[in-house]
Design a protein around this ligand. Structure first.
Ligand code: MN
Length: 251
Protein backbone atom coordinates (compact mmCIF):
# COMPACT_ATOMS: atom_id res chain seq x y z
CA UNK A 1 0.00 0.00 0.00
CA UNK A 2 1.48 3.31 -1.12
CA UNK A 3 0.03 6.62 -0.02
CA UNK A 4 0.98 9.97 -1.49
CA UNK A 5 0.82 12.89 0.97
CA UNK A 6 0.40 16.46 -0.29
CA UNK A 7 -1.11 19.79 0.71
CA UNK A 8 -1.43 23.43 -0.34
CA UNK A 9 0.20 25.13 2.66
CA UNK A 10 3.70 24.06 1.59
CA UNK A 11 5.98 21.19 2.51
CA UNK A 12 7.12 22.75 5.80
CA UNK A 13 3.60 23.43 7.12
CA UNK A 14 2.84 21.82 10.49
CA UNK A 15 -0.36 20.29 9.10
CA UNK A 16 1.37 18.11 6.51
CA UNK A 17 4.00 17.02 9.01
CA UNK A 18 1.21 16.02 11.41
CA UNK A 19 -0.63 14.17 8.64
CA UNK A 20 2.40 12.21 7.54
CA UNK A 21 3.29 11.39 11.14
CA UNK A 22 -0.23 10.14 11.80
CA UNK A 23 -0.12 7.68 8.89
CA UNK A 24 3.24 6.16 9.82
CA UNK A 25 3.00 2.36 9.81
CA UNK A 26 -0.24 2.18 7.78
CA UNK A 27 1.43 2.32 4.38
CA UNK A 28 4.52 3.32 2.48
CA UNK A 29 4.40 7.13 2.51
CA UNK A 30 5.75 9.63 0.01
CA UNK A 31 5.36 13.38 0.44
CA UNK A 32 5.26 15.63 -2.62
CA UNK A 33 4.17 19.14 -1.66
CA UNK A 34 4.55 22.72 -2.89
CA UNK A 35 7.64 24.72 -2.04
CA UNK A 36 5.52 27.58 -0.70
CA UNK A 37 1.96 28.27 0.37
CA UNK A 38 -0.51 27.88 -2.50
CA UNK A 39 -3.77 28.19 -0.56
CA UNK A 40 -6.52 29.22 -2.96
CA UNK A 41 -4.71 27.69 -5.95
CA UNK A 42 -7.69 25.48 -6.79
CA UNK A 43 -6.83 22.98 -9.55
CA UNK A 44 -4.24 25.16 -11.27
CA UNK A 45 -1.69 23.29 -13.38
CA UNK A 46 1.57 24.97 -14.45
CA UNK A 47 1.83 24.69 -18.23
CA UNK A 48 4.13 27.53 -19.29
CA UNK A 49 7.24 26.65 -17.30
CA UNK A 50 9.02 23.51 -16.14
CA UNK A 51 8.70 22.17 -12.61
CA UNK A 52 11.66 21.55 -10.34
CA UNK A 53 11.58 18.74 -7.76
CA UNK A 54 13.85 18.78 -4.70
CA UNK A 55 14.27 15.87 -2.27
CA UNK A 56 14.39 17.27 1.27
CA UNK A 57 14.34 13.99 3.20
CA UNK A 58 13.88 10.32 2.31
CA UNK A 59 10.60 10.00 0.36
CA UNK A 60 9.86 13.68 0.86
CA UNK A 61 9.96 16.23 -1.95
CA UNK A 62 8.98 19.81 -2.65
CA UNK A 63 7.99 21.13 -6.04
CA UNK A 64 8.19 24.62 -7.52
CA UNK A 65 4.52 24.47 -8.40
CA UNK A 66 0.91 24.17 -7.28
CA UNK A 67 -0.73 21.39 -5.26
CA UNK A 68 -2.16 19.94 -8.46
CA UNK A 69 1.31 20.06 -10.07
CA UNK A 70 2.67 18.08 -7.12
CA UNK A 71 0.14 15.28 -7.32
CA UNK A 72 0.14 15.27 -11.10
CA UNK A 73 3.92 14.83 -11.18
CA UNK A 74 3.89 12.22 -8.44
CA UNK A 75 1.33 10.00 -10.17
CA UNK A 76 2.36 10.68 -13.77
CA UNK A 77 6.01 9.80 -14.06
CA UNK A 78 8.09 11.16 -11.19
CA UNK A 79 8.26 7.68 -9.66
CA UNK A 80 8.66 4.21 -11.13
CA UNK A 81 5.82 2.87 -8.98
CA UNK A 82 2.08 3.57 -8.65
CA UNK A 83 0.45 5.11 -5.62
CA UNK A 84 -2.79 3.64 -4.28
CA UNK A 85 -4.26 6.83 -2.85
CA UNK A 86 -3.67 10.49 -2.14
CA UNK A 87 -4.24 12.24 1.16
CA UNK A 88 -4.02 16.02 1.35
CA UNK A 89 -3.69 18.39 4.29
CA UNK A 90 -4.04 18.89 7.06
CA UNK A 91 -5.04 22.34 5.91
CA UNK A 92 -4.74 25.27 8.26
CA UNK A 93 -8.37 26.39 8.07
CA UNK A 94 -11.65 24.77 7.16
CA UNK A 95 -12.78 24.02 3.60
CA UNK A 96 -16.55 24.16 3.84
CA UNK A 97 -19.19 24.69 1.16
CA UNK A 98 -17.96 26.99 -1.62
CA UNK A 99 -14.42 26.81 -0.20
CA UNK A 100 -13.87 23.57 -2.09
CA UNK A 101 -13.94 25.51 -5.38
CA UNK A 102 -10.88 27.52 -4.34
CA UNK A 103 -9.09 25.06 -2.11
CA UNK A 104 -5.69 23.75 -3.12
CA UNK A 105 -6.04 21.13 -0.40
CA UNK A 106 -9.14 19.68 -2.04
CA UNK A 107 -7.57 20.11 -5.50
CA UNK A 108 -4.57 18.00 -4.52
CA UNK A 109 -6.95 15.26 -3.43
CA UNK A 110 -9.02 15.56 -6.61
CA UNK A 111 -5.90 15.10 -8.75
CA UNK A 112 -5.53 11.64 -7.23
CA UNK A 113 -9.01 10.56 -8.28
CA UNK A 114 -7.82 7.97 -10.83
CA UNK A 115 -5.92 5.86 -8.33
CA UNK A 116 -7.04 2.61 -6.74
CA UNK A 117 -8.59 4.02 -3.57
CA UNK A 118 -10.64 7.08 -2.67
CA UNK A 119 -8.74 10.26 -2.09
CA UNK A 120 -9.10 12.40 1.05
CA UNK A 121 -8.66 16.09 1.87
CA UNK A 122 -8.26 16.99 5.56
CA UNK A 123 -8.80 20.51 6.92
CA UNK A 124 -8.67 21.76 10.49
CA UNK A 125 -11.02 24.56 11.47
CA UNK A 126 -9.16 27.73 12.31
CA UNK A 127 -8.93 28.21 16.10
CA UNK A 128 -10.67 31.28 17.53
CA UNK A 129 -7.24 32.60 18.48
CA UNK A 130 -3.64 31.46 18.56
CA UNK A 131 -1.81 28.78 16.62
CA UNK A 132 -3.62 25.61 15.50
CA UNK A 133 -2.98 22.31 17.25
CA UNK A 134 -3.06 19.50 14.69
CA UNK A 135 -2.87 16.60 17.19
CA UNK A 136 -6.59 15.72 17.23
CA UNK A 137 -6.95 16.20 13.47
CA UNK A 138 -3.99 13.87 12.92
CA UNK A 139 -5.71 11.15 14.96
CA UNK A 140 -8.87 11.68 12.93
CA UNK A 141 -6.88 11.37 9.70
CA UNK A 142 -5.41 8.06 10.82
CA UNK A 143 -8.87 6.72 11.73
CA UNK A 144 -10.32 7.68 8.35
CA UNK A 145 -7.43 6.17 6.38
CA UNK A 146 -7.56 3.01 8.50
CA UNK A 147 -11.28 2.72 7.75
CA UNK A 148 -10.64 3.21 4.03
CA UNK A 149 -7.99 0.52 4.00
CA UNK A 150 -10.25 -1.89 5.89
CA UNK A 151 -13.46 -1.00 4.03
CA UNK A 152 -12.69 0.68 0.70
CA UNK A 153 -15.31 2.98 -0.81
CA UNK A 154 -15.81 3.48 -4.55
CA UNK A 155 -12.39 4.40 -5.87
CA UNK A 156 -13.62 7.56 -7.60
CA UNK A 157 -14.88 8.93 -4.26
CA UNK A 158 -13.30 12.11 -2.96
CA UNK A 159 -13.79 12.71 0.76
CA UNK A 160 -13.64 16.26 2.09
CA UNK A 161 -12.98 16.01 5.82
CA UNK A 162 -13.26 19.02 8.14
CA UNK A 163 -12.25 18.72 11.76
CA UNK A 164 -13.32 21.07 14.58
CA UNK A 165 -10.48 22.62 16.53
CA UNK A 166 -11.09 20.61 19.72
CA UNK A 167 -9.16 18.12 21.83
CA UNK A 168 -9.69 14.59 20.45
CA UNK A 169 -11.70 13.57 23.53
CA UNK A 170 -14.08 16.50 22.99
CA UNK A 171 -14.96 15.57 19.39
CA UNK A 172 -18.57 14.33 19.29
CA UNK A 173 -18.06 11.83 16.48
CA UNK A 174 -18.27 11.67 12.68
CA UNK A 175 -21.03 12.89 10.36
CA UNK A 176 -21.52 12.23 6.66
CA UNK A 177 -22.59 15.60 5.27
CA UNK A 178 -23.35 17.62 2.16
CA UNK A 179 -21.63 20.87 1.24
CA UNK A 180 -23.37 23.94 2.57
CA UNK A 181 -22.88 27.37 1.03
CA UNK A 182 -21.50 30.74 2.07
CA UNK A 183 -22.87 34.23 1.71
CA UNK A 184 -21.13 36.35 -0.88
CA UNK A 185 -17.59 37.14 0.29
CA UNK A 186 -16.55 40.45 1.84
CA UNK A 187 -15.61 43.28 -0.51
CA UNK A 188 -11.99 43.53 -1.63
CA UNK A 189 -9.83 45.70 0.61
CA UNK A 190 -8.06 48.56 -1.16
CA UNK A 191 -4.59 49.62 0.01
CA UNK A 192 -1.62 51.59 -1.27
CA UNK A 193 1.72 50.02 -2.14
CA UNK A 194 5.04 51.67 -1.09
CA UNK A 195 5.19 53.44 -4.48
CA UNK A 196 1.82 55.05 -3.98
CA UNK A 197 -0.13 52.78 -6.34
CA UNK A 198 -3.47 51.31 -5.43
CA UNK A 199 -3.60 47.56 -4.77
CA UNK A 200 -6.34 45.26 -3.48
CA UNK A 201 -6.53 42.41 -0.99
CA UNK A 202 -9.13 39.71 -1.55
CA UNK A 203 -11.55 39.98 1.36
CA UNK A 204 -12.68 37.32 3.82
CA UNK A 205 -14.97 34.49 2.77
CA UNK A 206 -18.64 35.01 3.59
CA UNK A 207 -20.30 33.47 6.63
CA UNK A 208 -22.32 30.29 6.22
CA UNK A 209 -25.69 30.87 4.51
CA UNK A 210 -26.86 27.33 3.79
CA UNK A 211 -25.47 25.93 7.02
CA UNK A 212 -28.33 24.01 8.62
CA UNK A 213 -28.51 20.38 9.78
CA UNK A 214 -26.99 17.97 7.28
CA UNK A 215 -24.38 20.43 6.05
CA UNK A 216 -20.64 20.40 6.64
CA UNK A 217 -20.92 23.81 8.35
CA UNK A 218 -23.43 22.48 10.87
CA UNK A 219 -21.50 19.32 11.70
CA UNK A 220 -18.28 21.20 12.42
CA UNK A 221 -20.08 23.90 14.40
CA UNK A 222 -21.63 21.15 16.54
CA UNK A 223 -18.26 19.53 17.25
CA UNK A 224 -18.47 16.64 14.77
CA UNK A 225 -15.91 15.64 12.16
CA UNK A 226 -17.59 16.41 8.83
CA UNK A 227 -17.04 13.93 6.00
CA UNK A 228 -18.48 15.11 2.67
CA UNK A 229 -18.33 12.76 -0.32
CA UNK A 230 -17.47 14.81 -3.42
CA UNK A 231 -17.58 14.12 -7.14
CA UNK A 232 -15.98 15.97 -10.03
CA UNK A 233 -19.05 16.00 -12.28
CA UNK A 234 -20.40 19.57 -12.00
CA UNK A 235 -23.21 18.90 -14.47
CA UNK A 236 -26.59 20.11 -13.27
CA UNK A 237 -28.22 16.92 -14.44
CA UNK A 238 -31.79 18.03 -13.75
CA UNK A 239 -31.25 21.02 -16.07
CA UNK A 240 -30.01 19.13 -19.15
CA UNK A 241 -33.56 18.59 -20.49
CA UNK A 242 -34.88 22.08 -19.61
CA UNK A 243 -31.86 23.67 -21.30
CA UNK A 244 -32.45 21.49 -24.38
CA UNK A 245 -36.02 22.90 -24.55
CA UNK A 246 -34.73 26.41 -23.92
CA UNK A 247 -32.34 26.05 -26.88
CA UNK A 248 -35.06 24.77 -29.20
CA UNK A 249 -35.35 26.94 -32.32
CA UNK A 250 -32.55 29.30 -31.28
CA UNK A 251 -30.99 29.46 -34.72
MN1 MN B 1 -4.13 26.06 2.70
Amino acid sequence: MKILVSNDDGYRAPGILALRGSLEGLAELTTVAPERNHSGASNALTLEMPLRVTEVAPASYFVSGTPTDCVHLAISGLFDFEHDMVVSGINHGENLGDDVLYSGTVAAAIEGRFLGLPTVAFSLRRPASGEPDFAAAARVARLIVQRLLAAPLDRTMILNVNIPHLPFESLRGFRSTRLGARHRSDRVVPATDPRGRQVFWVGAAGEGEDDGPGTDFHAVAEGFVSVTPLQVDLTRHAAVEPVARWLDGIG
